[in-house]
Ligand binder design. Structure first.
Ligand SMILES: [Zn+2]
Length: 213
């Protein structure tokens, strides 16, 4: 069934509209657990924050790693802090394929059954047997930002995204709502390139009352 719908694109110019979101491009990155950081950087090492991220408490570190697969390597992959319980490598599909690494499409933290790779740091290398993912596009919202839209945590929404003459829709995007979140649509570099995303790009959250979870 095809349902016809229209989108008022003028809304994109109104950052005060609760349905309008910025678009944050997640470049490839690594989250480390303490044990893996000790092996890669030396025992007791701690990350040096370089830049705050849009999500509260999270930062990009000065430190980077080399991610190695069966066909090649990806250098200067930034580590994001703080440390996590489990090491996770987030890659875009294009670069994962080039490096010969299998990256399953997963939500952050959902690592069971995923594939691994080799990580190389200044103190040595480790082989992880799982933890590589291609992260699902997702929308972050604080409680206050989600309330006027009626969006609950884990609810799926549709998104209209436009930069210049490039436009399209993304469907079934999970929302992450709560006090540890701030409004931003997170897409990886493959999706960002497909939509020619720039810092000025905006997207509209399309409310679909058929979707309640
Ligand atoms: Zn995110």
């Amino acid at each position: 069934m095809i349902r016809k719908f229209t989108i008022d694109e003028d809304i994109l110019l109104d950052d005060a509209n609760p349905a309008v979101t910025t678009v944050g491009v997640s470049n490839h990155h690594v989250h480390l657990c303490q044990a893996d950081m000790d092996k890669l950087f030396g025992p007791g090492y701690s990350l040096h924050p370089k830049k705050k991220l849009t999500q509260p408490g999270q930062f990009a570190a000065e430190e980077t790693l080399t991610v190695i697969g069966s066909k090649g390597m990806i250098e200067n992959v930034r580590i994001l802090g703080p440390l996590r319980a489990e090491t996770q490598v987030e890659l875009a599909e294009t670069e994962a394929r080039l490096a010969g690494i299998k990256a399953l499409l997963r939500d952050s933290g959902d690592l069971e059954g995923t594939y691994g790779c080799i990580l190389l740091g200044p103190n040595g290398y480790i082989t992880i047997d799982h933890g590589v993912i291609c992260a699902v596009t997702h929308l972050h919202l604080s409680d206050e930002e989600a309330a006027p839209l009626g969006i609950k945590d884990h609810q799926r929404v549709d998104i209209f995204i436009k930069t210049g003459d490039k436009a399209g829709c993304l469907f079934n995007i999970p929302a992450r709502v709560g006090k540890m979140h701030a409004k931003d649509l997170h897409i990886d570099t493959d999706a960002a390139n497909a939509f020619k995303i720039t810092a000025e790009s905006r997207a509209i959250v399309l409310l679909n009352e058929c979707k309640t979870e």
